[in-house]
Design a protein around this ligand. Structure first.
Ligand SMILES: NC(=O)c1ccc[n+]([C@@H]2O[C@H](COP(=O)([O-])OP(=O)(O)OC[C@H]3O[C@@H](n4cnc5c(N)ncnc54)[C@H](O)[C@@H]3O)[C@@H](O)[C@H]2O)c1
Length: 426
């Protein structure tokens, strides 16, 4: 049992110190440093961020300098060996928030060194990678979990509750859109944007919501998109993507979902992002709009750049509490805290000879388990293969899921040869 001076302690490692660290991990680690974590089985647990790994270490050093007293003085690893050094260090779990195509390598190193991992969405980009990490996590007896904070949004919890209770009956179709500002593509992700697309980056939020809330088997994937702003119109870097997923349910009925994403929305847009969904059921319609559920504020000289006109006070809002304490709270932090509670339950929640049972109990909570992310990863792998074919001059491919030729099979218009992306069952 990890302890410090005989007090229960969990030591955290952070791979990637970018935007998402700043928005959710940083305020959570600062709160846990002040207040500890609690689970009924473990009681109070100290949680400290003790080590970080990033490309240059610049932002980590700046944060450590500014955060004096708010956080434990953590170790900073930087450069090409940083992820390995972090994995070899004395941490109990590692949160992976490196760029989308660099999750797999970071998570693999962490799991190989016996650390629990929490991976930012999208977990990994290929089912082959998912299989390897799931098997490794079983071998090393650790948790491999994924952050999907949209499942923690109270509106989405309500949607799932109405579906689970049979109030909303059988989803038939729906659309979702998530539009990110230009500064994400042109500034924030400039280092790793080449060859990427906004679908993988943000459609996964809604793919998971659909997959987890409605269940069913993914059967077909199609996608298209537009290029020319972030990269050349000839290459495989995408401004916006339109993805269609088709599902089949146990009763033989089907549903289709369109998910539109972009990272070229003007920076002076009134909200930080645009997020909207509509789901149509046999007996109802669910409409949700993230900006329109909220507040509208105008301040001369501040809105809409420094302060947005439509604030999202549910994700990671900064508040002055009625008891005059400053806080940052919301479902973005809740999703990470829940993972740390799960680690605390496994490591500190009872007798050592019951650890394996506790591990299995947490794994069975499939909302975040990497093993249960199969259909989401399949959708991402299919979409990326379709976009790659499109960029090679062959638009309009279709991916069939679990058909006689394999688990994930790409059909190109005009070609008699299907391409097997993943041979096993999805
Ligand atoms: N849950 C969410 O809503 C949410 C929101 C934003 C981003 N994300 C995800 O989090 C991940 C990071 O996004 P971000 O916005 O923080 O990106 P970012 O570009 O701001 O930061 C990336 C960080 O990873 C580090 N890094 C890059 N390559 C590395 C390597 N090889 N070894 C070690 N460190 C490396 C960089 O130094 C940087 O600190 C992405 O996968 C993204 O999809 C999730």
């Amino acid at each position: 049992m990890p302890t410090r001076r005989n007090r229960p302690l969990l030591r955290a490692g952070m791979a990637g110190m970018g935007m998402i660290f700043d928005e959710t991990y940083r305020p959570l680690f600062e709160r846990l440093h002040r207040e500890k974590l609690y689970t009924p089985a473990s009681g109070p647990v100290e949680v400290e961020l003790v080590a970080t790994a990033s490309r240059t270490g610049r932002r980590a050093r700046r944060y450590l300098e500014q955060a004096k007293g708010k956080i434990y003085p953590f170790e900073i690893y930087a450069g090409p060996n940083a992820l390995r050094q972090l994995a070899e260090s004395d941490v109990d779990f590692i949160c992976v928030a490196t760029p989308d195509p660099r999750h797999y390598a970071a998570a693999k190193l962490a799991i190989e060194h016996g650390k629990h991992v929490l991976i930012e969405k999208p977990s990994v980009l290929r089912l082959q990678e998912l299989d390897e990490l799931v098997e490794l996590a079983r071998e090393r007896s650790v948790l491999a979990r994924v952050v999907y904070h949209k499942l923690f949004d109270p509106d989405h919890k309500k949607l799932r509750t109405l579906v689970a209770d049979g109030v909303l009956k059988h989803v038939n179709n729906g659309y979702c859109s998530l539009l990110e500002p230009k500064r994400i593509a042109f500034e924030q992700f400039a280092e790793w944007i080449a060859g990427r697309n906004p679908g993988t980056y943000v459609a996964v939020h809604y793919i998971k919501l659909i997959d987890f809330t409605f269940g069913g088997r993914l059967t077909r994937v199609t996608a298209t998109g537009q290029r020319g702003l972030v990269g050349s119109p000839e290459e495989n870097t995408w401004d916006s993507v339109q993805l269609r997923l088709e599902y089949r349910y146990d009763d033989g009925r089907e549903a289709a979902f369109d998910i539109h994403t972009s990272w070229v929305t003007p920076d002076n847009f009134p909200g930080y992002v645009e997020q909207e969904v509509q789901f149509r059921f046999d007996n109802g319609v669910w409409n949700a709009h993230q900006r329109r559920r909220g507040v509208e504020v105008t301040v001369e000289g501040l809105t809409p750049h420094e302060l947005k006109i439509n604030l999202n006070n549910h994700y990671n809002g900064a508040f002055l509490e009625p008891w005059n304490e400053r806080s940052v709270r919301g479902y973005g932090l809740e999703a990470i805290e829940r993972f740390i509670q799960e680690v605390a339950y496994v490591e500190l929640g009872g007798a050592e000879d019951q650890r394996e049972r506790r591990l299995e109990e947490v794994r069975a909570l499939d909302y975040a388990d990497l093993a249960a992310d199969r259909q989401v990863v399949a959708a991402v792998q299919a979409m990326e293969a379709i976009l790659e074919e499109h960029a090679r001059g062959h638009p309009g491919s279709l991916v069939h899921v679990n058909c006689p030729d394999g688990g994930l099979v790409l059909h190109r218009p005009g070609s008699a040869d299907p391409k097997v992306l993943y041979a096993g069952e999805v």
